[in-house]
Design a protein around this ligand. Sequence first.
Ligand SMILES: Cc1cc2nc3c(=O)[nH]c(=O)nc-3n(C[C@H](O)[C@H](O)[C@H](O)COP(=O)(O)O)c2cc1C
Length: 378
Amino acid sequence: MSFKKMPALRIGDWEADIPIVQGAMGVGISLSNLASAVANAGGIGVIATAGIGQFEPDRDTNLKDADKRALRKEIRKAKAKTSGIIGVNVMVALSDFDDLVQCSVDEGANLLFLGAGLPIGLPKTLLLDRLGELATKFVPIVSSARAATIVFRSWQKRYNHVPDAVVVEGPLAGGHLGFKKEQIDNPDYALEKILPEVIAVVKPYEEQFNRNIPVIAAGGIFTGADIHKFMQLGAQGVQMATRFVATYECDASMEFKEAYLNCKKEDIVIIDSPVGLPGRAIRDKFLERISSGVKETFKCPWKCLKSCDFKNVPYCIGLALTNAKKGDLENGFAFAGANAYLVDKIISVKELIETLVGEYMAVAMQRSLEAIVAAQNA
Ligand SMILES: Cc1cc2nc3c(=O)[nH]c(=O)nc-3n(C[C@H](O)[C@H](O)[C@H](O)COP(=O)(O)O)c2cc1C
């Protein structure tokens, strides 16, 4: 009798032994340190580009160039630390989306995750009629079958190419959510529901383009048993972010990690983000101040988000998240997934991955035994 190990996750030419993608975390929470540690442990490490230039000396005068420079540095640092798979996440909502996508391709990122908006238009600087020949593989993040349909249809029409994989992010995720507020707790929008719907959208394209297009499940996945559950539902991998915050290698400050260790279930709230989407975060003094109607004073050196109404928003989200990364939670806040309150200690990435694999195997073994008993009793 053989018990199934976690299957490898293959996207284009890139194969990860462990089918776990570390979800991108901006601002500055998943940079080269975390991403390379995950890649070294056999998973896929992802650098977040949102606000990546905030730590450069010229951020107040030249944030656009600072973003590109910082991204280049982080990709190079990650690649120097690992021969594993490194992805970059670029939010569609970013004003410098095109530059950051091009920079990631130029620097040889293995994978590009494109979320927080529908990635319909890719930068014209890419060879769009030969997208499939690029070493960098493209993975949109969607929250519904409808969004997946729009992206696949439009790529096929525009580029005669379709994405190499797709992440389906459900409503329990941290950070910005691709749902209306009233959909978040509605079971019709649960990950268990939307995952098979997205798989059904992708299937005909796999046949048409004669290649496997993995669907990766994200949002609220916390244990190896959760991973097993979503793989049974047809996911070929999972994306997890919240659990990677409480690791030594995570690029956030200790104060940020402690916010996770100390939060309770009722502290995890949905906020209206200046990005124009709801977001999930840990309530703190800063968020309380904002929800009581206070408007922070800030200077906007450059409109980093396409949709930001910077003259009217109550605070600068780039600045608030940068402060949080550095540990100043009086003037910022931590994004977090719905299960962040379950985090109780900081461990290494290796230990986390080993724990998840062990839990997965235990459930796989249990299910195999149950199947044998059921067959014997039949
Ligand atoms: C602190 C934090 C920051 C995040 N930042 C980003 C981001 O910059 N871009 C993005 O596409 N998703 C972002 N996310 C979403 C994650 O990449 C991931 O898909 C999601 O949180 C998965 O759910 P989980 O945290 O329950 O595992 C963020 C999540 C967290 C917790």
